[in-house]
Design a protein around this ligand. Structure first.
Ligand code: RFL
Ligand code: PHB
Length: 391
């Protein structure tokens, strides 16, 4: 087989890039290790930056998002038994975020790819990247049952998530990795219940962080901070709801509608960046190159900004014979990625309880609140990062 751009990974990054390029007449093949059903069963992000929502529209995938997604102009931070609102609209100069689940967004991207007869190949095994830095063009091989298939291409895009093969294809002495592992995870529950609040609540509590989020007015998503040693089986639904209530202000806890969980999982928290994001004709995008703890809702949004840069760089190459975008991709993407890292680290530190924190650290956390809610400038810094820095 032959294509212009071979994309490894059929998650949101890979699908969005393939859809945008297809609309410009640039041929792609997407290779996905899992089945479509599996990809669509993963419950992940819920908050999209306004710039990402715009990119979905540009990809002709925004119709259902605009109909069913919710525009949020603020969220709450709860601490010391009370909650304070962050007015995103006011403090970001008129911007907002879109609350729309990653599962739905991925479904929309798959449907759009089907409509245009885009080539997305599922259940591929043993993907290998070849000739990434050779004088001859690169190619990708994979196994489908007993058959080994070869795809010749101009460029390979590694959009295969944190555990993918693309980043691992870059020699160790070329790649510089930056990593921080947090000593806790998030236990998440999805339930068919009315959300406790129309806007998200990020709650700091000495027992640990909690988050009240939502997917719609009938579908709630809640998280609590748990030790890394906890297993999902350790937490019955009743135990989860009881612990969540303990960490919320009383007026919120009293309003909480509980019900059976329809999904329950634990995600460890990690910050990670791989540099550079280009190796020869391989370009990394999204979770394949960087991970943030979910506290600042930046992960999927950072993936989207990579795709924005990559899409424009590939357009430059194919439409105008101009490689400046491709040559500058890694530096440009990383500059924004590191800002998202900083913001996610700051939100995580501000809101979580650390097992070994000093009294000194606790005092600093306390003064962080006092400062945040007493300074318009501090609120503006929070708001402009949360709605998304410009691409
Ligand atoms: P994905 O979604 O991991 O997709 C990669 C795809 O590549 C496939 N793959 C391979 N395919 C072929 N060959 C191989 N060798 C392969 N290896 C892997 C995988 O099967 C998969 O389908 O990466 P992508 O597309 O870069 O998207 C990134 C986002 O998924 C991620 O950043 C977000 O989910 C992070 N995140 C959040 N981001 C936000 O912007 N806002 C949020 O509110 C938010 N909440 C979250 C989150 C992540 C969470 N978890 C579970 C880590 C909440 C949680 C709990
Ligand atoms: C979610 O709804 O899954 C969600 C929302 C905001 C976050 C993280 C996760 O910061």
């Amino acid at each position: 087989m032959k294509t212009s751009v071979c994309i490894i990974g059929g998650g949101p990054s890979g699908l969005l890039l393939s859809q945008l390029l297809h609309l410009q007449g640039i041929d792609t093949i997407v290779l996905e290790r899992q089945s479509r059903e599996y990809v669509l069963s993963r419950i992940r992000a819920g908050v999209l930056e306004h710039g990402f929502a715009e990119l979905m529209r540009q990809a002709h995938c925004g119709e259902r998002m605009d109909r069913e997604g919710e525009i949020h102009e603020g969220f709450y931070i709860a601490h010391d038994g009370k909650k304070s609102r962050v007015d995103l609209y006011k403090y970001s100069g008129g911007n907002s975020v879109m609350v729309y689940g990653q599962t739905e967004l991925t479904r929309d991207l798959y449907e759009a790819r089907d409509k245009l007869k885009g080539k997305v190949i599922h259940n591929v095994e043993d993907v290998q990247l070849h000739n990434l830095k050779a004088a001859t063009p690169p190619y990708v091989t994979y196994r489908h049952g007993d058959e080994v298939v070869r795809i010749d291409c101009d460029y390979v895009i590694g959009a295969d998530g944190f555990h993918g093969v693309s980043r691992k294809s870059i020699p160790r002495d070329v790649l510089k990795e930056y990593e921080k592992v947090y000593p806790f995870g998030w236990l998440g529950v999805l339930s068919r219940t009315k959300p406790v609040s129309p806007e998200l609540i990020y709650a700091r509590h000495e027992r640990g962080f909690a988050l009240c989020s939502l997917r719609s007015q009938v579908l709630s998503r809640y998280y609590i901070q748990v030790p890394l040693t906890d297993k999902v089986e350790d937490w019955s639904d009743d135990q989860f709801w009881a612990e969540l209530k303990r960490r919320l202000p009383t007026e919120v806890a009293e309003q909480l509608v509980t019900g059976p969980s329809i999904e329950k999982s634990i995600a460890p928290l990690r910050s990670y960046v791989a540099e550079p994001m280009r190796y020869g004709n391989l370009f990394l995008a999204g979770d394949a190159a960087h991970i943030v703890p979910p506290t600042g809702a930046r992960g999927l949004n950072s993936a989207a900004s990579d795709i924005y840069y990559l899409y424009n760089a590939l357009l430059g190459h194919y439409k105008h014979g101009d490689d400046a975008g491709l040559d500058g991709y890694s530096a440009k993407a990383l500059a924004r990625v590191w800002k998202a890292q900083r913001f996610s680290w700051w939100m995580t530190n501000m809101l979580h309880t650390y097992p070994d924190s000093l009294d000194y650290d606790k005092k600093l956390q306390q003064v962080e609140w006092d400062y945040l809610f007493s300074s318009d400038n501090a609120l503006s810094a929070l708001a402009e990062n949360y709605v998304g820095l410009p691409f």
